[in-house]
Structure formats: structure tokens, C-alpha cells
Design a binder for this molecule. Structure first.
Ligand SMILES: [Zn+2]
Length: 618
């Protein structure tokens, strides 16, 4: 029995008939908890006492073929589509933009599934249907939701039936949107596998029984996708689709990386990107490699050549390329960078974090103030410089914080600043530290970083806890979607092992670089889910992805990806590269193609996978 069956008499029903008898642990209990209505505290206590289900994390939900649960007594549930309830979607008049957007998304996808369009109504609505956000809940329902959502963090949410009313409610407007997407995924069989390619099953009627899913808090508070490459030519091709995908997959930070002056503006970002981020209630980070953005050489190089890095041949380079760097110990550089960031934030008040990363090279300032006298070789020079870089970011962050106390400044430990200085100063609380595990896989590894015996991994490994100790806000920057020439296989098991390790040593967040225009659906799907809940099993993630993405070919394609994952895992404790099971995979693709029947989408997806892996089909 679901929670909603048990709880319904608490509130005198809400479906078409009042229920006076419930069954608890096999025993019928008549009127024990029914009218008169209990006080919120009593309701919460009673509810806790009879609570028997619910989920802490992300249950995978029904495969698309099932698409909702059939219940015997429709009057006790909600029925959508042909012959269903006269249902509506209720939002409060005071609902914030993401809650209104959540209502529109629910309306849109329910219509795609059932061909019935539910009206969106403002305020309390007694009709069967959906309640989005807190403002449309009854007092008693709100008490239940409050109890269930306590301690689940700002991203926690609830999918909970009260008779034929289903509450989709979050601890933040964004989390209410998460509730809608998870509901569509779990109960209607939708799939958010690939950006811009939603899987939406068609069913004339959906009957929904009791549900009581309380989800959260996620394991990582920052779950981020870097929107890169960034520019006008990518906005509609990739960027906006990725924002849509990341919200559907319950990531919470969109990170635009224009990587240079003028690109944010040329991309019409405030017109095109910002509204899409805001309506989903996501956090927004902007920048990338920004030394030339905050101190443009064409504005300062002539009048202030000393602003730019002194190279080891005593020259200074300020041409705006990635070889341009700054003298980060120069007080005027600190003041000017901070002033330019503040001015930019005033023009872009929607931004939650700005990047203060080096340009994308190993160039750094070798002046005596940026290096300490102890810098006797390249390794010690880099450590000395990194300590100066930390002080620089702190000084800038103090000046930004004075004007924009809500905004974080991102320090990136990357390239020559990867190693954490042993005696460096602590990062201020409004500094967000990212440690980039560079080089990217598989230049570095396809082995979990915690146990890898490869020299680059072994060198990177101690940096992870070292940076943890010197900052309050900390995320790991990885490359889980790789460019085709580097990587095209699956690494779900490695991602799972890595994220579990990061969580264990206290990392707050995880971020994946997009790095190129390619997209690796399975790795990214797994990354998003593992970022929420690291203990999900890779095999279950593969199955879930394949059920949704390949439809009738799910079974052979699950076997296909599992074979790859086995080959990957076998290689972890050997010197050999993974055995990608070439012979077995050929047969599985053949079987998958035969399974697709007249499903053109499934056939196209199987063929795309075969093509990615250079198999002779199509
Ligand atoms: Zn310097």
C-alpha cells in the first residue's frame, strides 16, 4: 500500500469519495485517522507513524512501455487522457517563474503523451489534477509536504498524491520544476537522454495510483554543466538545448564559458540564454578563461604594459591570445580587474558567479612579486605563483563582495596552478574553488582516480583533498563528455567510482566540461544522476538509459553497453587498454537492429551508436 492510500483519510479524501477504512500492515483500520481534520503537527506525527514508502533518492521509474501504473479504483487516483478525470494544473497566483514554467512543461508533455491539454488555473483548485508549488496546497497537504521535505535542501522535492490531486512541490521553485520532470520520467515514461531529443511515449489514457516520493537532498550541492564552446553560432545548436537538458536531468548550475572579450555580448546572451536559465531557476556562472576579458589588452596594454605578465625571457605579451597573462601581484591590476568585474555585474545582474581563470595556457608572471625567492625551479615557481594567484583572487573577491555580496568569484586550479600551495592563504568564503583534473581523460586515465596507478593520476590525487582544506566552496572540474577524436566509449563505472570518492572526501560539487561540440549521451546521463546520488549502480543506469533511448532495442543495447563497461572495468588493475569486445558488439548491434521493427527513431539511434564505434552497419 502506498502512503497516499494510508494518508488519504487524514484529510477526508480529495478524490471522488471519502475513504473511511484504511489497511495498515494488513489490518483494516476504520476511521482511525479520519475527520475531523487533524492539526498540522498531529497530521505530521500520524503521517510519520504510518509512513511506509517513499524514496530518498532517484528511483529510476517505469520504463516507457509501462508509462504509468494501472489502479483498480480509478476514483482513488488520477486518470489522464481519454475517459479520464476533468483535471487541471493549479499554480498559486504568487508562483514564481520556474513554478509557472513547470506548469507549462507539465501541460506540454501530458498533452504530447495523452493528446489532452490540461488547463492551468491560478490558486486553489478542487478539481483532480496537479498542484504545483506550495501556494495551491491545502493547509493539511502543506503540513505533509513540509514534514516530508524537511532536511532535503533547496533541491529536494515531493511527488505526492492526495487522492486524485498530485502535488509536485519543491523546496525551491527550481525543485518544483525538478518534481515535474521526475514525475514525467517516472510515471509517464518520458526520457531526457540527449539534448533536444526528448523521448515521449504516446498513450491515450494514463491512470495514476498513489504516489509518495520524497527526493533529496542531492549528494552534491553544485551539479554543473559547462556550456562550451560558446558563441553566436552555438547558441541554438548546443547551448540552449544543453540548458534545457541540464534542468530536466536535475543539474542546478549552467556555466557559460565565452572564454574571451565580447563573446557573451555578441551571443546576445541576456536576450537568449539568461531568460532560459531564469525560468528554470538555475544558477548561472559566466566566464571561462577571462584574464583578457577583465583586463582587455586593447584597452590597457599601451598605457599599462606592467599589468601583463613578465615572462621568463623578460618580455611581456599582451596580444589577447591565450598566451596573455596578468601580473597578479600588481595592486592596480587587482583594483582594475575588480572594478571591471563590478561594472560587468551591474550590466548582468542575473549572474551568480564569475570566473577569474587564467587564459588557456601555461603562461604566468615571473616578476619577483608574483614569485617568491624560494622559487628555484619550475615546480617551486608554479607553487609560489599559485599562492600569489590565490591572494589575487581573494583581493578581487573582497572588492566584488562589497558591491555584489551574493556573487561568487571562481578560482580555477588548472594547468600551472593545479598544485595547492602547502603554506598558501585560505580562500575567502565568496571564492568558489574549482580543481580541474587536467589532462583530460583518456590522456590521463580511464581508471578511477582514487586507485589509479598511472603517474598523472597519482600526481593529481593529493591535490583533491589539499584544495578541500583551504576553501569553503569547492567543486571538481572534469571532462565527462569528450571530443570524438579522444574518446567515444563509455565510462559510467569510472564516473561512479570518481564521484563516490569525491563525495567521501567532502567535495561540494561536480562539473563537466562539454569540450567540443560533441555529446556523449550515456556518460552525461549517468553523470547527472550520479551527481544527485552517487550510489546508483552503473548497470541500472545503463538499463534505464537504454530502456528510454533505444525503445524496442533496449535489451540488446543494454547488453552492448554492459560489454563495454565490463571491458573498461577489467582494465583498471592491468597495464592493458580496455578490451572493447569487438566481436560480441557486432552481434549485439545486429540483434538490436532486428528488434527495432518499424520504430524509425530506435533504428536511427542504434545505427548512430554503431557509426560512433566504427561498426559496419547502415
Ligand atoms: Zn607579476
Amino acid at each position: 500500500m502506498g502512503i497516499a492510500d494510508a494518508i488519504r483519510p487524514l484529510f477526508g479524501g480529495g478524490g471522488r469519495r471519502r475513504v473511511r477504512t484504511v489497511v495498515l500492515d494488513g489490518e483494516p483500520v476504520t476511521n482511525a485517522l479520519s475527520a475531523p481534520l487533524l492539526s498540522p503537527d498531529d497530521a505530521r506525527a500520524a503521517y510519520a507513524a504510518i509512513r511506509g514508502g517513499g524514496t530518498q533518492g532517484l528511483s529510476m521509474g517505469s520504463p516507457p512501455a509501462l508509462g504509468g501504473e494501472i489502479v483498480d479504483d480509478v476514483a482513488e487516483g488520477l486518470s489522464l487522457g481519454a475517459g479520464g478525470n476533468d483535471a487541471a494544473i493549479a499554480v498559486a497566483p504568487t508562483a514564481e517563474a520556474p513554478e509557472r514554467f513547470a506548469a507549462e512543461e507539465l501541460q506540454r508533455y501530458v498533452e504530447q503523451v495523452t493528446a489532452s491539454r490540461l488547463p492551468i488555473v491560478e490558486g486553489y483548485c478542487s478539481r483532480p489534477g496537479f498542484i504545483l508549488g506550495w501556494g495551491s496546497l491545502r493547509e493539511e497537504e502543506a503540513a505533509v509536504a513540509e514534514g516530508e521535505l524537511a532536511g532535503r535542501g533547496e533541491d529536494g522535492y515531493l511527488m505526492h498524491s492526495f487522492g486524485s490531486r498530485i502535488a509536485l512541490v519543491g523546496n525551491s521553485p527550481r525543485a518544483t520544476l525538478y518534481a515535474v520532470y521526475h514525475f514525467l520520467e517516472k510515471y509517464l515514461g518520458c526520457g531526457w537522454c540527449v539534448p533536444g531529443e526528448d523521448v515521449v511515449p504516446r498513450r491515450p489514457t494514463i491512470r495514476l495510483g498513489a504516489m509518495a516520493d520524497a527526493v533529496g537532498p542531492p549528494d552534491f550541492t553544485l551539479r554543473q554543466l559547462i556550456l562550451y564552446p560558446y558563441g553566436p553560432q552555438w547558441m541554438h545548436v548546443n547551448t540552449l538545448r544543453h540548458v534545457d537538458w541540464l534542468a530536466k536531468n536535475r543539474l542546478n548550475w549552467a556555466h557559460a564559458a565565452p572564454n574571451g572579450p565580447g563573446v557573451w555580448e555578441a551571443s546576445r546572451s541576456r536576450e537568449l540564454l539568461v531568460p532560459e536559465v531564469r525560468r528554470r531557476g538555475l544558477h548561472l556562472q559566466v566566464g571561462g578563461h577571462t584574464f583578457s576579458l577583465w583586463l582587455p589588452p586593447d584597452r590597457y596594454a599601451e598605457s599599462h604594459p606592467e599589468f601583463y605578465a613578465l615572462l621568463d625571457d623578460d618580455s611581456r605579451r599582451a596580444d589577447g591570445t591565450h598566451e596573455t597573462s596578468l601580473c597578479v601581484s600588481n595592486p592596480q591590476v587587482i583594483e582594475t580587474v575588480a572594478a571591471n568585474i563590478n561594472a560587468w555585474l551591474e550590466a548582468n545582474p542575473e549572474v551568480d558567479a564569475v570566473d577569474l581563470w587564467h587564459n588557456d595556457s601555461y603562461t604566468y608572471c615571473h616578476c619577483p612579486n608574483c614569485l617568491s625567492p624560494g622559487a628555484v625551479d619550475e615546480a617551486s615557481a608554479r607553487l609560489a605563483y599559485t599562492a600569489t594567484y590565490v591572494r589575487f583572487v581573494n583581493e578581487v573577491a573582497r572588492r566584488v563582495g562589497a558591491r555584489h555580496p551574493r556573487v561568487l568569484v571562481n578560482l580555477l586550479a588548472y594547468a600551472m596552478t593545479t598544485a595547492c600551495p602547502p603554506a598558501g592563504e585560505r580562500c575567502d568564503d565568496n571564492v568558489l574553488v574549482g580543481l580541474c583534473l587536467f589532462p583530460r581523460p583518456p590522456q590521463r586515465t580511464l581508471k578511477p582516480i582514487e586507485t589509479s596507478d598511472l603517474p598523472t593520476d597519482a600526481w593529481l590525487r593529493p591535490q583533491i583533498p589539499a584544495w578541500r582544506r583551504v576553501c569553503r566552496r569547492y567543486y571538481i572540474y572534469e571532462y565527462y563528455t569528450w571530443a570524438a577524436e579522444y574518446h567515444k566509449w563509455t565510462a559510467v563505472s569510472m564516473i561512479a567510482e570518481d564521484l563516490r570518492y569525491f563525495l567521501r572526501i567532502g567535495v561540494d560539487g561536480v562539473s563537466s566540461d562539454q569540450w567540443g561540440p560533441y555529446w556523449y549521451p550515456l556518460n552525461m546521463y549517468a553523470f547527472a544522476r550520479l551527481a544527485w546520488q552517487v550510489d546508483l549502480e552503473p548497470d541500472a543506469l545503463l538499463q534505464d538509459f537504454c530502456d528510454r533511448y533505444y525503445g524496442p532495442a533496449a535489451q540488446p543495447m543494454t547488453a552492448y553497453w554492459r560489454a563495454l563497461e565490463e571491458g573498461l572495468r577489467e582494465s583498471w588493475h592491468t597495464d592493458r587498454p580496455p578490451d572493447w569486445r569487438d566481436e560480441a558488439r557486432l552481434g549485439l548491434i545486429r540483434e538490436a537492429l532486428e528488434s527495432t521493427g518499424d520504430d524509425g527513431d530506435a533504428r536511427r539511434r542504434v545505427l548512430a551508436t554503431a557509426e560512433l564505434h566504427d561498426l559496419p552497419f547502415g
